[in-house]
Ligand binder design. Structure first.
Ligand SMILES: CC(C)(COP(=O)(O)OP(=O)(O)OC[C@H]1O[C@@H](n2cnc3c(N)ncnc32)[C@H](O)[C@@H]1OP(=O)(O)O)[C@@H](O)C(=O)NCCC(=O)NCCS
Length: 156
């Protein structure tokens, strides 16, 4: 990987927003969005974010606890936001938040939250280094520091 590609990058560059509408095929028999389908959509948003930061293919290494705050129903609109919090050596932590709204009141409600870890790989499927995260505001700095604590706790 060239020096240019390893230059620290702002989280804003790779921030990813994915929109989905809950369809009958996405739900359980009660018409409520299946958790697994939501996690799949969150994984896709997180992968796009990680791959944009890393400028290449990344694989999901882990997903921490997924918290579901609310049930989404058929016809409701989901917004999934994925943002990198910190890059380590070959891995990156991606924060994913999903919210839901309906077309009648348009008030977004928090739906789910999770942290995903991706590892960048080269064309031989070998791990490779990724650019660091360049923080430039308080929110990014807090995310960066908290990611360090989570990594430390996970490896203790
Ligand atoms: C993820 C994977 C590449 C890690 O490979 P590995 O040889 O075990 O890697 P290492 O133990 O050397 O770890 C590599 C990095 O990943 C991180 N990592 C590995 N397993 C992890 C886990 N379960 N959770 C969080 N981070 C993890 C390590 O901390 C390390 O980070 P760093 O280089 O930034 O310090 C490998 O296990 C793999 O290919 N898994 C299958 C991935 C997959 O198919 N995903 C689903 C489809 S995309």
């Amino acid at each position: 990987m060239s020096e240019k590609q390893l230059k620290p990058k702002s989280p804003a560059i790779s921030e990813t927003i994915k929109t989905e509408v809950v369809c009958p095929n996405d739900t359980n028999p009660m018409g409520i969005l299946q958790g697994g389908r939501l996690v799949q959509w969150m994984d896709i948003a997180a992968a796009v974010c990680a791959q944009t930061h890393a400028d290449g293919i990344c694989v999901t290494a882990s997903i921490d606890t997924v918290r579901f705050y609310y049930s989404a129903k058929v016809g409701e609109i989901l917004t999934i936001r994925a943002k990198i919090t910190r890059a380590f050596t070959t891995s990156m932590e991606i924060m994913v938040e999903a919210s839901v709204r309906n077309v009648f009141d348009n008030t977004p409600r928090p739906l789910a939250h999770a942290y995903f870890t991706f590892v960048a790989i080269d064309d031989q499927a070998q791990k490779r280094a990724v650019p660091a995260v360049a923080v430039s505001n308080k929110e990014d700095e807090r995310n960066f520091n908290e990611a360090g604590i989570r990594r430390q706790n996970a490896t203790q």
